[in-house]
Design a protein around this ligand. Sequence first.
Ligand code: MG
Length: 156
Amino acid sequence: MRIGQGFDAHALQEGGTLILGGVEIVHTHSLIAHSDGDVLLHALCDALLGAASLGDIGRHFPDSDAAFGGIDSRELLRKVMAQLDTRGLTVSSADLTLVAQEPKLAPHVDNMRDNIAQDLQVDAARVNVKATTTEHLGFTGRKEGIAAFAVVLLDE
Ligand code: MG
């Protein structure tokens, strides 16, 4: 077994398209990023790369590289999984937490879980996505940004 953890945060801006866990969510704001800003998938990529001792998402997909401009983060996730595949690593479980004051994310977590399970090539029962607010505390509570944590367990 190999364990990995990941964290990411992005700032919010007015307008645009909010995408979390590969799900487009109707909201007044979106995340500022070089890619599509999917903070949940970025935290997950970092957890996977961490468990595989392969560095971090910034090393593999630098935001100085125009090739990754506006890229669908599910594509990044699948690229990470391809690297794990070549090393004989599979996902045993993944537990993810979104931190956002708004919008209400609970109605979307099942769709996020299904997207992620598909990209990780595992049964949805091995993936958990949950969401919490910070009760108006900190940058997430002030609705300045959205953060995400991820923990994964890999089978070697
Ligand atoms: Mg990011």
